[in-house]
Design a binder for this molecule. Structure first.
Ligand code: SF4
Length: 366
């Protein structure tokens, strides 16, 4: 039996998504390659990055800053020269999120905010499906991902061919795709959703049955709130499915006043013992508005550090499951991306048109 990864790799071989880019039309040919900047730790670098270190000193020890700072300065200089912006997902490391990103947020916030930028180039601090969504919503811009192998266990669990088979099996049943899917999958579905609007999207379709993909846990968490019968795909986020209700209850036993907030990609029993469940943006909002004394963030590890860097008076407990895909994006790779103009994200225009419609239907829903 094929693993989800093998299925995805086989699908990519036959997919129309990855349009070949010739050397003449590549981003490097269009924009030119820059010389690699000097990356020495000098008094000038220390001085010019001091205000940025102030933002992250709670989460990055002083001994580490001389390694990050030369990259931070070089990236920020190069962004101006290239007229580029960096979009960073909430799961990016603190030095990326706080020191080089122009826009931060969850995947949809990033893509939507990117449509307002005047920049020519978008560098995606996130995984591949996010870069594709940015390209879908910003077809005229050059979108780069610093490591094209930055995947996602959810996006890789399903292909466009799988969606077509689901439609054959359940004729007439509308299909909702979580944004954590490839453009190829988005092109086959009726509408997309995020973790914050999934319930609203499912109920907007006026059907008593809905196919929901690819996250089975998000599907179960939505099913608990609606009478619409959800037919779920079997994908899962490898970061969030590892949390258990037992481990959260042990924290609660140690400190009954602790606030536990979880992402809805977690199993339903984890959400059931949490005080709040919501998207990464909703979790950040919860912490900033409620200002709990102690909070347990049941999500990817870097997000807790990023919120911690921006919040005073709240103690963060971090169970710390790292997303290995998000961690493929580093400062050195972002710099190389801007210097060499790689890896460019391209999508077949006809496929992009269909995929964009699914995303825009969701946005129109408000
Ligand atoms: S945290 Fe989970 S959903 Fe997000 S990119 Fe990593 S594997 Fe995918």
């Amino acid at each position: 039996m094929q693993t989800a990864f093998q299925t995805h790799a086989a699908a990519l071989k036959t997919s129309k998504i990855l349009r070949p880019v010739s050397a003449e039309t590549s981003a490097a040919a269009r924009f030119g390659v820059m010389p690699m900047p000097n990356l020495a730790w000098t008094p000038e670098v220390e001085r010019e990055t001091a205000h940025l270190y102030e933002k992250v000193k709670a989460v990055i020890p002083p001994v580490e800053w001389p390694f990050h700072a030369p990259y931070v300065k070089a990236i920020n200089d190069l962004k101006k020269e290239r007229n580029a912006v960096i979009l960073a997902h909430n799961y990016q490391t603190p030095e990326i999120y706080n020191c080089v990103a122009d826009v931060v947020g969850d995947s949809l916030q990033l893509a939507k905010l990117a449509t307002r930028t005047q920049a020519d180039i978008i560098v995606q601090g996130g995984v591949h499906f996010m870069a594709e969504t940015s390209k879908l919503l910003n077809p005229g811009k050059t979108v780069l991902i610093p490591d094209s192998k930055a995947g996602c266990s959810l996006a890789e669990s399903i292909t466009g061919a799988d969606v077509r088979l689901l439609r054959q099996r359940y004729p007439g049943v509308p299909v909702v795709a979580y944004v954590n899917t490839s453009a190829e999958v988005k092109a086959e579905v009726d509408i997309c959703c995020t973790s914050s609007n999934a319930l609203k999207v499912v109920e907007s379709l006026g059907s008593d049955r809905v196919i929901f993909l690819p996250d089975r846990y998000l599907a179960m968490n939505v099913q608990a709130q609606t009478k619409v019968k959800i037919i779920a795909w079997h994908g899962a986020c490898e970061v969030h499915e590892r949390f258990t209700a037992e481990e959260l209850l042990r924290y609660r036993e140690d400190d009954p006043s602790i606030q536990i907030i979880a992402h809805p990609e977690c199993p339903p029993e984890v959400v059931a013992v949490s005080d709040f469940a919501g998207s990464t943006a909703a979790m950040i909002d919860f912490v900033k508005t409620k200002q709990p004394k102690r909070v347990l963030l049941v999500t990817e590890c870097s997000m807790a550090s990023n919120v911690e860097a921006e919040t005073k008076g709240t103690e963060f407990i971090k169970p710390c499951n790292l997303c290995p895909h998000m961690k493929r994006i580093t400062l050195p790779k972002i710099l190389e991306s801007l210097v060499y103009m790689r890896e460019e994200v391209t999508i077949d225009p006809a496929l992009a048109e269909r995929a964009r419609r699914s995303v825009e239907r969701m946005i129109e829903l408000g």
